[in-house]
Design a protein around this ligand. Structure first.
Ligand code: COA
Length: 273
């Protein structure tokens, strides 16, 4: 399924959705229309129960962040308008953070401010080595807001986080790996193939186990060890029921027959769980 919104392209191919920010002439900066399109696109992907959603940009940019004119400068003097324009942004950023599918940011170029934030919110980031990242807010007199501080602070170590937020210095996709903002960086020419490889890996896993792995990880960060252990086991039984005990009936039954080595391979899904 392909859908073209005014500023976003969406494609859904079985278990995998690809969402492209599409304002290349404006470096894919996030306009009010683009925000509204993202609210709709993410709802569509969630309804389709995809396992993986790739977020990327068209042209030479991932995203140059919030549209500084349409989201900030123009509506600034009308507080109602300012809120109306920016509410959809907070809505889809929040949805992205707790998204049921695994979210993969494919950072193909410029990633500033809100664009940097999107990558920071996603579960996995695969970047072009040549991509350029920056917390540019300090360069126009504010600090990273609307979740952008959360986003960099939860991925980078303190010294690095403060250095980049305070100076507005840029770094490359290659450097983003050591800085904790990306998992993998490859030359731009290899980016599609690298992302496809990991998307295929993810899509071979069960939908329920992918979703619950994310949920349990996020929740465990806020629990004590004892609380987390209890929560993990409760969620384990929930997973077992929702997948009709597939981990025992299919995966471990297959292991018992020595059909695969779980350390090196996934079991073969026989049900769409
Ligand atoms: N908001 C509004 N417009 C933006 C924008 C943004 N965040 N980022 C880029 N644009 C616009 C430019 O103003 C320009 O518009 P024009 O053609 O009407 O003049 C167009 O997109 C192309 O940008 P340009 O600056 O010419 O491209 P470049 O390739 O030389 O530089 C950037 C790319 C990303 C370095 C530069 O556009 C930039 O600094 N953008 C702002 C980044 C930022 O601070 N984002 C944080 C927002 S929270």
């Amino acid at each position: 399924m392909q859908k073209k919104y005014e500023c976003v392209n969406l494609s859904i191919d079985g278990d995998v959705a690809t969402v492209q920010l599409n304002r290349p002439e404006k470096r894919n900066c996030l306009s009010p229309t683009l925000h509204r399109n993202m609210v709709d696109a993410l709802n569509e992907v969630a309804r389709a129960k995809c396992k993986v959603m790739v977020v990327t940009g068209t042209g030479d940019s991932f995203s140059a962040g919030m549209d500084l004119e349409q989201c900030f400068f123009e509506p600034f003097d009308d507080p109602d308008k300012f809120n109306d324009v920016n509410a959809p942004c907070f809505e889809w950023f929040t949805h992205l953070k707790s998204f049921p599918a695994v979210t993969v940011a494919k950072v193909n170029g410029w990633a500033f401010g809100g664009g940097f934030e999107i990558a920071g919110i996603c579960d996995i980031v695969i970047a072009a080595e040549e991509s350029v990242w920056g917390l540019s807010e300090i360069n126009f007199g504010i600090f990273p807001g609307g979740g952008a501080t959360w986003s960099y602070a939860h991925n980078m170590l303190r010294k690095q986080a403060l250095f980049y937020a305070l100076t507005g210095a840029t770094f490359t996709g290659k450097e983003a790996v050591a800085l904790g903002m990306a998992n993998i960086a490859v030359p731009l020419k290899d980016l599609d193939a690298e992302v496809d490889k990991w998307v295929k890996n993810l899509a071979s896993k069960g939908r329920t186990v992918l979703r619950k792995t994310k949920e349990v990880y996020e929740k465990s960060l806020r629990l004590t060890f004892a609380e987390s252990m209890e929560w993990e086991m409760a969620k384990m039984w929930e997973l077992s029921r929702e997948t009709k005990d597939d981990w025992i009936r299919t995966a471990l039954a297959s292991f018992k027959k020595r059909e695969f080595k779980p350390g090196l391979q996934s079991y073969t899904l026989t049900k769409n769980v």
